[in-house]
Each structure stands twice: as C-alpha cells, then as structure tokens.
Design a protein around this ligand. Structure first.
Ligand code: 5RP
Length: 224
C-alpha cells in the first residue's frame, strides 16, 4: 500500500473508536472515509447498532456494499457524530473541502452534527488555507455571470470538468474552482461568497471541527 494511503487508513480506522451504539453518524466523502467505512463494517458485523447518513452517492454505494444501515432526513435530523475528510486543514482546524465535489451535502450534514471529526493524512495540514483551488457550488442557470461575480472578489475561476464534460454535483449543480491563493481570513471570504447570487455553498468549513485525526506513517495525531 502507498504511504499516503496507509496514513489515510490509520486516521480512518481510528475514528471508528468514537462511534457508540445507537448513534446516527454522518458519513463524509473521499478516500479516507472509505477506510473508516471498512472498519465500521467490522463493528456493524459484530453487532454495533448505528445508522449512517451519507454525504455523497459514492459514500452511499460503499456503505451499502459494506452492509452499513442507512437513514435519511425523512427519518431524523439528529446527527450525533459526523466523520469526514478534508483537502486542507489549517492550524485553527478550519477546512478547505470539496475536492470530490460533495461539499453541499457535507456542509449540511457536518453543520447538523453534534460533533465533527475530520480524518486525514498529514499532507493535508497547512498554516493557511488556499494552496488548492476553492470549490464553490453554483446554480447552473447563469453560471457565467456567477463566475464573473466570483472573479470580482479577486480570484480566477475554472469550471470543474470530468472526462472533458461539465462536472455535475450530486445535487445537479456546477462547481466553479476558484484560485484565490492563500486565504487570509477564511470565515470572511466564506461570508462574502455566500452573498453572491447563484452561489449555493463554498468549500470553506470554518469553526466546525471538534477533532482532527491525522494519520502519520506510524502514528495518529489528535488535534483539537
Ligand atoms: C469531498 C471532500 C473530501 O472529504 C476531500 O476531498 C478529502 O478526500 P480524500 O480523503 O480522498 O483526500 O471534501 O468533497
């Protein structure tokens, strides 16, 4: 296994220790979450009684494959714990997310959860967010005008593509990747972006993380 994958596995598996019987769990998205789900399957098979709310169709597929019971917002809006990945984690545990394009569902689930645990390999840690582009989900109608509004906040923009086609999110929307460079005040930028007509959600997750579990080569680090 590649070292980066091993670090994700270490972090993902550790997070399962925080899952207790009877909990409703927000199931985040991405390859680190995959390892968490694999470990959770073992616990479910041994009798752990939980229900998961997936944040992407991909996660839903994995959870079904592993036999993890699922629920949705028609049954409950109470989420005890959410476990999710991140593309970047700063020293205040603010996050840049959305590399996989699931930021809206992740934001809804993580916001509702009583507790949010982020799992990641150590390559995701940074002093300041913004090394990667910032994903912003927008309504398809008038998206070029929305992209221009985004650019007026000081970034260049790229429409997210997949296999040379426009990427469509699980919610039927587009994602515009914004290149701001290093972000001085993530919360302020998030608020500015949210005021733009056509913007649905941003990949900045500020003041939400309770615990980050970081996988290193031979250990896990807990950041609070
Ligand atoms: C998807 C996300 C993922 O959590 C993020 O991309 C991290 O993924 P990975 O664990 O594969 O590095 O935000 O929208």
């Amino acid at each position: 296994m590649k070292t980066s994958e091993l670090k994700k596995k270490i972090a993902g598996e550790k997070a399962v220790d925080s899952i207790e019987n009877g909990m409703t769990i927000g199931l985040g998205s991405g390859s680190t979450v995959y390892w968490m789900l694999r470990k959770l399957k073992e616990k479910v098979d041994s009798g752990l009684n939980i229900k998961g709310i997936p944040t992407s169709k991909r996660t839903e597929g994995w959870a079904k494959e592993f036999g993890i019971p699922l629920t949705d917002f028609s049954e409950t809006t109470k989420i005890d714990l959410a476990i999710d990945g991140a593309n970047e984690i700063d020293t205040n545990l603010n996050l840049l997310k959305g590399g996989g394009g699931s930021l809206v569902r992740e934001k809804i689930v993580n916001h509702l959860a009583n507790r949010l645990i982020i799992i990641a390999d150590d390559g995701k840690l940074c002093n300041q967010l913004g090394k990667h582009h910032l994903p912003v989900e927008v309504v398809p109608f008038g998206w070029k005008a929305t992209a221009r509004s985004l650019e007026q906040l000081g970034c260049s923009t790229t429409m997210r593509l997949q296999d040379e086609q426009v990427f469509i999110s699980d919610n039927g929307n587009y994602i515009i990747d914004c290149h701001f460079g290093l972000i001085e005040n993530p919360n302020k930028l998030h608020e500015q972006l949210k005021l733009l007509v056509g913007v649905i959600e941003t990949g900045l997750f500020c003041n939400m993380t309770d615990l980050a579990i970081i996988g290193h080569e031979e250990k896990v680090e807990l950041l609070r």
